[in-house]
Design a protein around this ligand. Structure first.
Ligand code: AMP
Ligand code: GLY
Length: 422
């Protein structure tokens, strides 16, 4: 097939890498891709989605896979479908599950899906009155997309009121915060569960854990994610079953009733509280870095999974997952997540250890090419990914690979998967 992948991160690289390893040969195109995706296929750069759809038609693209949320919320899937193209991802309407926290919370409420008690409002007094009925910690969220930064966990009512007032006044998150959600704090452990959906049917992937804070022991500011592993032993069949029955099925049914059937990747952010899965949020695409371990753990060809997802044939697919564990360690640049860093050349040692060579790989993210050299130019630069028959073995291999990859200012967390190993 001719396959187009939208996005430029480690997530999109890992989708491309998995497809490039399939038995069947495919031609890969990335828009815009990064300094390493052009080793897997061809990077293209077309700014407007209408032009991109025309290009896809002219170039006989059989399947388009959309990585990040922004093009989905902008309606790229609708434009591609109007042009008769096969595309895997949710429509603009269905993407509101991620594009608007107010929309998401109202869907959860309407279809009785377990989530933190909340109010949504555009009114300061309503927010303050609700906060007065709560006990801290209290969570205040901006409605719109804020690149993962629109959530504030406050430790007192006063702090919560201030956060709510700042958001509503548009001072902290601009227009994204003029509508807000105030909700109770959930105390538990977090999971990322992904369901591949075709509007009607779904396939659940092994549960993963992300590591959102910059520092070891979950300290410091939030990031896009500093590492992930899967499958996590923190999930048992009971939790998977509850997530399917109480969350995935009613969501797919509800979205059909709303006239916005959900096709694509439903990313379920779960907090497990006393053994019960409670929904923190939905995203409408793969997590990054979770995708980088889930793609290589799939035995089913990734292109087939997404093609069947895009053509309402998931009921005809028997999804197979490798009997292995994966651990991904993000290597970030010096000033991440505070600011950008000077470009730094990336040097990867020749890897002679057969064990490392066979059971690890790099997934490239914020990199640019200059001649035959690769430079770290983004915040999250690359991921060292390891596999093994246990989480410990996979993690040891990922960290062994980290020791062989160098650039000035490289920064990693040293405790990825700690919750599974403690
Ligand atoms: P969200 O973008 O809604 O997933 O929020 C970002 C992060 O904030 C989540 O991954 C959680 O770690 C945390 N968070 C969000 N909502 C809550 C909540 N109600 N209780 C506890 N932690 C939360
Ligand atoms: N890893 C979390 C996210 O992609 O939002």
């Amino acid at each position: 097939m001719n396959i187009l992948i939208l996005g430029s991160g480690g997530r999109e690289y890992s989708i491309g890498l998995a497809i490039s390893k399939e038995i069947e040969e495919h031609n890969l195109f990335f828009m815009p891709g990064n300094g390493a995706t052009d080793n897997l296929g061809t990077n293209i750069n077309i700014k407007y989605y209408n032009d991109l759809a025309l290009w896809a038609k002219e170039n006989l693209i059989d399947l388009t896979i959309v990585g990040p949320e922004a093009p989905l919320v902008d309606g790229v899937v609708d434009i591609f479908k109007e042009n008769g193209l096969t595309v895997f991802g949710p429509s603009r309407a269905a993407s509101q599950l991620e594009g608007s926290k107010v929309y998401m919370k109202n869907i959860l409420k309407k279809y009785n899906i377990p989530t933190a008690a909340f109010i949504e409002t555009t009114n300061e007094k309503d927010a303050h009155d609700f906060i007065d009925t709560m006990t801290a910690p209290i969570v205040v969220k901006a409605d719109g997309l804020c690149g993962g930064k629109g959530v504030i966990i406050t430790q007192s009512k006063e702090e919560a009121k201030e956060a709510a007032s700042d958001m509503l006044a548009g001072t902290s998150f601009g227009d994204a915060g003029t509508s807000i959600v105030v909700e109770e704090f959930l105390d538990g452990y977090e999971l990322s569960i992904f369901a591949i959906c075709d509007g009607e049917n779904y396939k659940v992937l092994p549960a993963a854990q992300d590591h959102k804070r910059i520092g070891d022991g979950d300290t410091g500011p939030n990031t896009g994610g500093m590492g992930a592993y899967a499958p996590t032993p923190l999930v048992n069949d009971d939790i998977y079953k509850k997530v399917e029955e109480r969350v995935i099925k009613p969501t797919l049914e509800g979205m059909k009733q709303e006239g916005a059937p959900f096709e694509g990747v439903l990313f379920i952010g779960v907090m497990v509280v006393n053994g019960e899965p409670i929904i923190l949020e939905y995203n409408v695409r793969f997590g990054d870095p979770e995708c980088e371990i889930l793609m290589p753990l799939l035995e089913t060809p990734v292109s087939e999974l997404f093609y069947k997802g895009a053509t309402k044939q998931l009921d005809k697919l028997d999804i197979k997952i490798k009997n292995e564990f994966g651990v991904a360690v993000v290597m970030a640049s010096k000033n991440y997540p505070y600011g950008s860093s000077e470009p730094a050349e990336i040097i990867v040692d020749e890897i002679v250890d057969e064990d490392i060579l066979e059971n690890t790989h790099i997934s490239y993210a914020g990199v640019e090419k200059d001649g035959d050299k690769l430079f770290a130019t983004g915040g999250r630069v690359l991921l060292c990914v390891g596999f093994g028959t246990s989480i410990k073995e996979a993690r040891d291999r990922a960290y062994a690979l980290c020791g062989q990859v160098h650039f000035a200012g490289k920064k990693i967390r040293t405790d990825i998967a700690y919750q599974a190993l403690k």
